[in-house]
Design a protein around this ligand. Structure first.
Ligand code: AMP
Ligand code: GLY
Length: 427
C-alpha cells in the first residue's frame, strides 16, 4: 500500500515514521514533509498541505492508495471530499464533519443536541450582547474565536474588563480575521485537562485510542502565552477506565453518530471538573504533539488501521488500535522567541547522539537541511523529543536525556513536562 501523509510538522513525522514500519505499507510519501520526514518518506516540498488541487494532483499522479491528512485546515476546506469524489481512500472527515473543529459554535450545537456536558456558553456577533452574557456569567469568562485560529483565539479572562477587551479584539479589531466574526463566550471551568482520541470508519465502529495530556503554555508551571503545545505525555494516570469508557459512549460515539459518515480521528479535549468530565473542544485530526506520544506505543499495523477506517472496515482491524503497557513523554524544543517572532536557519547539534539513546526518538517539527546536509531550524516548534519507557518516570527521564544533548542558538523547552503526573498529582 502506498500512503501519502499531508502536512509537515512533528505530528506528520510521527505518522510517517509509524506508517513506514507497517509491513503492509510499501511506500510513504509526504506533502510537503520536512527534513526529518525525508529520512522515512519521499517528500514533496512544493505541495502545500492546504492547496487542495496540488494534493489531489499528487494523489492521482502517484496513484496513492491511502491519504492521511494531518492538519485541520485542509480537512475543513474539503480535501477529503475532493479525494473521495475521485474514488480515493482518505483517513480524515469531510468538510461537513470537520466543522466540529472548524466552528466552535457548531460544536456547541451538536453537544446541546446530544446532551454532552460542556461549559455553559453563547455565540455572538455583537459586542453588547456578548458582554451582557459575560455579566450573566459573573464577570469571569472564556472568550473564543468561532473559527480556526491555529491554537490561538482563546482568552481565559478572570474579570469583565479582560473579557470585554477579548470580545472587541475578536469582533471589532479582527484579531483572528474571518475566524473571529462570531465569538463564543463560556463559563470558566476548573480541573485537569485530558485529550481523548478515537478512530472511526463511518460505518458505526468507533475505537478508543489512549489518552494524553498536553502542556499548552510556553513556560514552566503553565506560565506565559499559549502555544501549539510544548510537550505531552501518555497515558494520563488520573483518567480511569470507567471515565474513558463513559467518554467513548456518551461523547465521542454521539458526535460520530451525529456527523456520520465520519471517517478519521475524533479528538475531544476535556476538563475533569468536580461535576464530572466536560468537553472544552473537539478536533477532527490527531493532536500535535499528542501523536508523538501515542504512536510509539501502538502496534506496527498502524497503516492497516487507518486504511480500515478509510474503507469502512474498522470492525475487522480494531486489533491494530492497541497500546503497550508502557508510557511515553515528548518534549518540544522551540526557537528563541516562539510563540512570538523567531529567527530560523540555526544549525542543530547533537541529533544523532540523542537518537542513539535507548527509548528515544526525535521527531522533526520544523527543520531544513543545508547543502552540506546539516539540519537547520526552520519553524517555531523545531523538534519533539519522545522517550518511551516502562512507566512515565522512565519515559520522562529518557526524553529529557535526549533533549539535554541537543543544542541550537536560542533553543528553549519546558523542564516540567509530565512532572506532576510522575509525582501522581492531577495537574
Ligand atoms: P480550546 O482551544 O477550546 O481547547 O481552548 C484552549 C485552552 O483554553 C484549553 O486547553 C484550556 O486550557 C482553556 N479553556 C478552554 N475553554 C475553557 C473553559 N471553559 N474553562 C477554562 N479553560 C478553558
Ligand atoms: N496539541 C493540541 C492540538 O493538537 O490541538
Amino acid at each position: 500500500m502506498k500512503v501519502l501523509v499531508v502536512g509537515g510538522g512533528g505530528r506528520e513525522h510521527a505518522l510517517c515514521w509509524r506508517l513506514a514500519q507497517d509491513p503492509a505499507v510499501t511506500r510513504v510519501l509526504a506533502a510537503p514533509g520536512n527534513a526529518g520526514i525525508a529520512q522515512v518518506a519521499e517528500c514533496f516540498p512544493d505541495v502545500r498541505a492546504d492547496d487542495l488541487d496540488q494534493v489531489v494532483d499528487l494523489v492521482e499522479r502517484r496513484d496513492v492508495e491511502l491519504t492521511v491528512v494531518g492538519p485541520e485546515v485542509p480537512l475543513v476546506a474539503g480535501l477529503a471530499d475532493a479525494l473521495r469524489k475521485r474514488g480515493r481512500n482518505v483517513f480524515g472527515p469531510s468538510a461537513a464533519g470537520a466543522r466540529i473543529e472548524g466552528s466552535k459554535a457548531f460544536a456547541k450545537e451538536i453537544m446541546a443536541r446530544r446532551g454532552i456536558p460542556t461549559a455553559r456558553s453563547g455565540a455572538f456577533d455583537d459586542v453588547g450582547r456578548a458582554v451582557a452574557f459575560v455579566d450573566e456569567l459573573g464577570g469571569a469568562a472564556v472568550v473564543k474565536a468561532d473559527g480556526l485560529a491555529a491554537g490561538k483565539g482563546v482568552v481565559v479572562a478572570s474579570d469583565r474588563g479582560t473579557a470585554a477587551m477579548a470580545i472587541e479584539d475578536c469582533l471589532v479589531a479582527g484579531a483572528y480575521g474571518d475566524a473571529g466574526r462570531t465569538v463564543v463566550v463560556e463559563e470558566v471551568l476548573e480541573g485537569p485537562e485530558v485529550s481523548i482520541f478515537a478512530v472511526t470508519d463511518g460505518k458505526g465502529s468507533c475505537v478508543l485510542l489512549d489518552s494524553a495530556q498536553d502542556h499548552k503554555r510556553v513556560g514552566d508551571g503553565d506560565t506565559g502565552p499559549n502555544t501549539g503545545g510544548m510537550g505531552c505525555y501518555s497515558p494520563v494516570p488520573f483518567l480511569d477506565q470507567d471515565t474513558a469508557t463513559w467518554v467513548l459512549d456518551n461523547v465521542l460515539t454521539q458526535v460520530v453518530d451525529e456527523l456520520r459518515p465520519y471517517r478519521g480521528v475524533l479528538y475531544a479535549g476535556l476538563m475533569l471538573t468536580p461535576d464530572g468530565p466536560k468537553v472544552l473542544e473537539f478536533n477532527c485530526r490527531f493532536g500535535d504533539p499528542e501523536t508523538q506520544v501515542l504512536l510509539p506505543r501502538m502496534p506496527y499495523g498502524f497503516g492497516t488501521l487507518l486504511h480500515a477506517c478509510a474503507t469502512g472496515r474498522l470492525a475487522y482491524e480494531a486489533g491494530h488500535a492497541g497500546f503497550d503497557d508502557g508510557a511515553a513523554v515528548t518534549v518540544v524544543i522551540a526557537s528563541g522567541g516562539y510563540p512570538g517572532a523567531y529567527g530560523i536557519g540555526f544549525p542543530i547539534h547533537g541529533l544523532e547522539a540523542a537518537e542513539a539513546i535507548e527509548g528515544v526518538t526525535v521527531f522533526h517539527a520544523g527543520t531544513a537541511r543545508d547543502d552540506e546536509g546539516r539540519f537547520l531550524t526552520a519553524g517555531g516548534r523545531v523538534l519533539s523529543v519522545t522517550g518511551v519507557g516502562a512507566d512515565l518516570a522512565e519515559a520522562r527521564a529518557r526524553a529529557y536525556q535526549g533533549v539535554d544533548g541537543i543544542h541550537f542558538d536560542g533553543a528553549h523547552h519546558r523542564t516540567d513536562i509530565a512532572a506532576h503526573a510522575v509525582e501522581g498529582a492531577r495537574a
